[in-house]
Design a protein around this ligand. Sequence first.
Ligand SMILES: [Zn+2]
Ligand SMILES: [Zn+2]
Length: 181
Amino acid sequence: MNMITCLNCNNDLILAIDVKNNDFKCKDCSEKYDLLFDKKVLKIMNKNHQLSFFINDLSNCDSKFSLKNVYEMYNKGYLDCVKMLNSKYNQSDNIWHLSVNKLKEKITQNINLKINTILNANTESYICSSCKANYSSNEALFNNFSCIMCLNQLVINNNLEEVEHLKENLILIEHNGFIPF
Ligand SMILES: [Zn+2]
Ligand SMILES: [Zn+2]
């Protein structure tokens, strides 16, 4: 794995997240970063560099990085909750940590899982060679293997296109890193 490091201290990038104050910083050197969601893309920015992650299984991630996003990302294993002793009150505070490399690993795992699910599903279905409408094998048989919408021929849909697309995504994620903008 291509390790993503802090642009300031070069350590494995782990961001300490304080949503209330909209404050995101490297846990080691306190270098500040900006975090936001653009559609389903999590953008992590520092000065004129940007890192993006497409996360497709979060609800409500269209703009500001909110506490709701944090809870959901925590439940899905995308970020950690760390307990830190607060000496002033002699009690533990919860601190959110987003390890960028762990996030990358988790997204990779999820895509691999999806690929395996598709490859193991083996449920035969058909797709119109023209309009891409989907048919179960019974429906395809009933319609003499032609599309009821456009009358074109139906072909077996083995989802290989989707698998190829997911494999391309894996390569992109593997090479993901900060890029200047
Ligand atoms: Zn740092
Ligand atoms: Zn069709």
